[in-house]
Ligand binder design. Structure first.
Ligand code: PGA
Length: 248
């Protein structure tokens, strides 16, 4: 398997105000400038409210911008929603879709997520599609089945491999300070690749869930892991950059 360039994604979730968000982004731009050229890719996914100012801050730097969700439609009477075209318009190159918090808190089904993938890819975005088992599913030994089912049903038939990234995010590990063993991560990432069929050779598969400076090294050294999706630890520039640097 060819070695893929690692990808480190910051998912700020519903965190960050104008001043704190801009300071964080500026710090990261400075860090990236210290080590040109970057040997890995970094994507910042701030809340919608900060996309414009942070996009301006990232301009001219190697850091890329991403959204945390998008709607299935391109425009229309959808109060409170944001379309993939709007994200692209603001300079986003990526969008996270199907995060377990969207699935659980907003009732998002894999079918809906597949439609979002279609919309986002049509708008030219790279879609980071999240899958992961709950603690109950893990305990009942159904992880492999759950993951395979989520992968196949969260992707449309028309999915473009060149605009696709998968992220294994065990629900029980997110925000919990706990991660699966490297063996478990390797095993599930292989299941994801297998479920992707021929695309599995080229699509990056990340890991996410309580990634922190003290555990990122072995995770990022694992050949089956093409990068990480970082939540809480991405809100601190020192911590986030310490994780990103483990890609080297
Ligand atoms: P966490 O979140 O790093 O805070 O566990 C990861 C995620 O939800 O993407």
């Amino acid at each position: 398997m060819a070695k893929r360039r690692k990808l480190v994604v910051a998912n700020w979730k519903m965190n960050g105000r104008l001043t704190s968000g801009l300071n964080l982004a500026k710090d990261l731009v400075d860090r990236a400038a210290e080590q040109k050229p970057l040997s890995f890719d970094v994507v910042l996914c701030p809340p919608f409210t900060l996309l414009w100012p942070i996009g301006e801050t990232l301009m001219g730097s190697p850091l890329l911008l991403g959204g945390q969700d998008c709607h299935i439609a391109n425009h229309g009477a959808y109060t409170g929603n944001i379309s993939a075209g709007m994200l692209a318009d603001l300079g986003c190159r990526y969008v996270i879709l199907g995060h377990s918090e969207r699935r659980a808190q907003h009732g998002e089904t894999s079918d809906l997520i597949a439609r979002k993938v279609t919309a986002a890819q049509l708008a030219g975005l790279v879609t980071i599609v999240c899958v992961g088992e709950t603690m109950e599913q893990r305990a009942s030994g159904t992880t492999d089945l759950v993951i395979a089912e989520q992968v196949t049903s969260s992707l449309p038939d028309t999915v473009q491999a060149s605009q696709l990234v998968l992220a294994y995010e065990p629900v029980w590990a997110i925000g919990a300070g706990e991660t699966p063993s490297i063996d478990d991560i390797r095993h599930v990432n292989k299941i994801i690749r297998r479920s992707l069929g021929a695309m599995g050779e080229v699509v990056p598969v990340l890991y996410g869930g309580s990634v922190a400076p003290n555990n990122a090294g072995p995770i990022l050294e694992e050949p089956e892991v093409d990068g990480v999706l970082v939540g809480a630890a991405s809100l601190n520039s020192d911590g986030f950059w310490a994780i990103a640097e483990k890609c080297r």
